[in-house]
Design a protein around this ligand. Structure first.
Ligand code: IPM
Ligand code: MN
Length: 348
């Protein structure tokens, strides 16, 4: 019996999470796996009513679950930053989910904007550091609102944080057993302090993995290769901010936000799985958003819970469903949100 915390969140979050739960219930019937779902109402709606982002005690409660299944956080009526730092980042930091794992995989019959690239060319993973870097919120203003204003936003990289992320990436590259190549994506030519730490740590840890090719690319060049030669990549390890940026590019080359899923991983604690797109307010309530990303987030969650067979078969069911869809974009799929969930369940 797995205890799953469900945070459907804002906008289209609840719609896509419903389809994910539908599919998990089918998994439950087919594989004799029990789930105990507990819903939490964190998000913009609750914030607008109560002024509260994550209530006291939420982190402690969530630590008693086996995993968290998250829809989307973000509300058009709430100023940018409040929900992001108060809910999403607070969960990632508070639960020490130090890896943000984002597979970039082009499935058959999915359209990519990259000309002449096929599923075998686009299949890699980004390991994004998830608790440090530019995301820690440290810094401040001097003389705010005056012509002499100074705004400082500090980037923090710790040896411990960098090393555990890099080790995770090397282990993953070995476990994937594909090209056996790990690319560090950073900016050592400009961030001569912070990324010197990344490079040194990467080089030192690489010694322990002689079977893995340790490769380096500056982040700007990484975006270029992701478009021109995505087949060069196997696993990319990168910082929090760079990982945020390159995984949106990754989502596009794998067919769009409708299909991109990720996991916020604490290997020794509670991990959280989410579709990486936002709350998509303009599609809310129309039953037209693509739930595949949320279903693939559930698939990732199953894999992390150790249910490999169920996870593999769910991926196959998703691939079959995709082959019947007209597009991965909201409103153009040829089916409604709930029909897609039904189709995946039937395939199972
Ligand atoms: C993501 C999102 C978040 C991030 C935002 C919503 C804070 O863009 O998960 O990639 O920047 O990490
Ligand atoms: Mn992002």
């Amino acid at each position: 019996m797995y205890k799953i915390a469900v945070i459907a969140g804002d906008g289209t979050g609840p719609e896509v999470i419903n389809e994910g739960l539908k599919v998990l219930n089918s998994i439950s019937l087919k594989y004799d796996i029990q789930f105990d779902f507990t819903k939490f109402d964190f998000g913009g709606g609750r914030y607008l009513k109560t002024g509260e982002t994550l209530p006291d005690g939420a982190l402690k409660d969530l630590k008693s679950f086996d995993a968290i299944y998250l829809g989307a956080i973000g509300h058009p009526d709430v100023k940018p930053g409040i929900l992001e730092t108060g809910i999403l980042l607070k969960l990632r930091f508070g639960l020490d989910q130090y890896i943000n794992l984002r597979p970039i995989k082009l499935y058959p019959n999915v359209e990519t904007p990259l000309a002449n690239k096929k599923p075998e060319d686009i299949d890699f993973m980004v390991v994004r550091e998830n608790t440090e870097g530019l995301y820690i919120g440290s810094g401040g203003f001097l003389k705010k609102g005056t012509p002499d204003e100074v705004a400082i936003q500090e980037m923090v990289n710790t040896r411990k944080g960098v090393e555990r992320c890099i080790r995770y990436a090397f282990d993953l590259t070995r476990k994937r057993n594909k090209k056996k190549k790990l690319t560090l994506s950073a900016k050592t030519n400009v961030l001569v302090h912070a990324h010197d730490l990344w490079m040194r740590t990467f080089t030192e840890v690489a010694e322990e993995y002689p079977d893995i090719e340790a490769d380096y690319a500056h982040v700007d060049a990484t975006t270029m290769w992701m478009v021109k030669n995505p087949e060069w990549f196997d696993v990319i390890v990168t910082t929090n901010m760079f990982g945020d940026i390159i995984t949106d590019l990754g989502a596009m080359i794998q067919g769009g936000m409708g299909i991109a899923a990720g996991g916020n991983i604490n290997p020794g604690g509670v991990s959280m799985f989410e579709p990486i797109g936002g709350s998509a307010p303009k599609y809310t309530g129309k039953n037209i958003i693509n739930p595949i990303a949320a279903i693939l987030a559930a698939q990732m969650m199953l894999g992390f819970l150790g249910e490999k067979k169920a996870a593999d078969n769910l991926e196959k069911s998703v691939i079959k469903t995709i082959s019947r869809m007209k597009s991965m974009s909201a409103g153009k799929m040829g089916y409604s949100t709930s029909e897609i969930g039904d189709m995946v369940s039937e395939e199972l």
